[in-house]
Structures are given as structure tokens and as C-alpha cells.
Design a protein around this ligand. Structure first.
Ligand SMILES: *Cc1c(COP(=O)(O)O)cnc(C)c1O
Length: 227
């Protein structure tokens, strides 16, 4: 049922637009990353038919299988924990890796990208609430690692990403989104680099994230249905 996905997409776009209007931003400044993990290529194809072009996956094998079966002009992002032994396979497939969660992983991606003769576009993932179940830099860790991160010549660090704790009310995540933006601004000043991207906000809280400056919202269940 393509109509169902067209309807979900229209609703999401409309909510994104309202959030943009509330804070004086343009809809075109926010990229909707459709998180297609756990959904078959046949389902993703229906969403492609509705005009969606940017998709997010969190597993290497699943991404490879889907990408091979779908149109070549789509843009794929990697949003999940990336094992170092998968970097060589993932790098050529994706436009942006949202989930670089340690200096060690960053150094490895830099090394593999150099070998493959490409530049890896990445975001640094922060674990702001210091959740045991989640990977990512703490603010403190980032402050000690940033010089080495920005020395990686095959790594194009475009910004930051976070996944805040699950909460009943999206407003409860506003402080985490605001904090990620402050860290982004601070890091941009320290490093004297442009860090244009902020990947934050998922199905239940993307409107709040947009109000706090998100440039990429990662939306799964609201578009595809429950996994
Ligand atoms: C699954 C996932 C999403 C999408 O979550 P929904 O709540 O289904 O929108 C976003 N970001 C990451 C990192 C994910 O793993």
C-alpha cells in the first residue's frame, strides 16, 4: 500500500514545516533520513516511489543487500554502531556515517578511507546522558580527543549526532538537543572548522530537535510503522 507511506511522509513533512516556521528556519535546511532498518527492500521501494531519496541503515549486511536491490540514485546513511571490521564494506556505500563513537573508530575509518582513496563524511556521536547501553563520546572525551580527530586528513567531520534517553514527553529531550548544539558551536570555535550538521530527533521528538537546530532528523517508525 503505497498510499499509506505517501500519507505518513506528507504528515512528517507538514510537522517538519510547522517546526521550522516556529523557529524561523527553512524546511530545505533539514534533511529527512528515512530509517529503513528491519524493513525489506520491497517496502523501501514503495517509499522511494513516494519521492523519498535519503535512507538510514544500522547494519552492514542489511544495508548491502538492500542497496543492491534498489535504484542507484538513492543516498544512504549509516546510523548504527559500526564494527571496525565492517568499515571497508560500509564506506563506499554511504554518503554519511552518523555514528562515529570513539577516537579509535575514527582513526580506523581515516586509515581505510585513505587506502580506498576517498574522504569519509562523518558525524561524531555523543552519549550526553552517559547511558551504559549507548556508545558515543562524552563531552569531556571529545574535548580531549578533538585535536587528533581533526588531524585525520581522510575524515571530513561534518558535525555531531546524539540519541537521547527514551522519554514519555519529547519536551524532556529539549535540553539534550540544546546541549548538543552548544557543544557543536564550542567545537567549531575551538577547531576553527565549519561543523554544519546536527543529527538529532527521531519519530517522537523530531519537531523539538528541529526547533533546537537539527539539520538531519532520523525517522523510522513514524514512516514505516512499528518494527
Ligand atoms: C532506529 C533508529 C532511529 C529511528 O527511530 P524511530 O523512533 O523508529 O524513528 C533513529 N536513529 C537511530 C540511531 C536508530 O537506531
Amino acid at each position: 500500500m503505497i498510499e499509506q507511506y505517501a500519507h505518513h511522509l506528507a504528515e512528517i513533512r507538514s510537522d517538519m514545516e510547522v517546526a521550522c516556521e516556529r523557529c524561523g528556519r527553512q524546511l530545505g535546511d533539514v534533511t529527512l533520513v528515512a530509517v529503513s532498518k528491519n524493513f525489506d527492500a520491497s517496502v523501501v521501494q514503495k517509499v522511494v516511489s513516494c519521492g523519498q531519496r535519503v535512507f538510514g541503515e544500522n547494519r552492514c549486511q542489511e544495508a548491502e543487500d538492500k542497496i543492491a536491490r534498489l535504484p542507484k540514485d538513492l543516498e544512504w546513511h549509516f546510523i548504527g554502531q559500526l564494527q571496525r571490521n565492517k568499515v571497508r564494506r560500509v564506506l563506499p556505500l554511504v554518503k554519511l556515517i552518523h555514528s562515529v563513537d570513539s577516537l579509535k573508530l575514527a582513526l580506523h575509518i581515516n586509515h581505510v578511507a585513505a587506502e580506498l582513496g576517498l574522504e569519509a563524511q562523518v558525524l561524531l556521536q555523543l552519549n550526553l546522558a552517559a547511558e551504559k547501553t549507548k556508545a558515543g563520546f562524552s563531552e569531556q572525551q571529545l574535548m580531549s580527543d578533538w585535536r587528533e580527530l581533526f588531524r585525520c586528513s581522510s575524515l571530513n567531520i561534518m558535525g555531531l549526532m546524539t540519541v537521547p534517553p527514551p522519554v514519555p514527553d519529547p519536551e524532556m529531550n529539549r535540553p539534550w538537543f540544546a546541549l548538543l548544539r552548544r557543544i557543536q558551536q564550542n567545537l567549531a570555535e575551538l577547531s576553527n572548522r565549519d561543523l554544519p550538521f546536527l543529527s538529532m530527533g527521531m519519530s517522537h521528538d523530531f519537531a523539538v530537535a528541529i526547533e533546537e537546530g537539527a539539520t538531519h532528523v532520523r525517522i523510522g517508525s513514524r514512516l514505516f510503522g512499528d518494527r
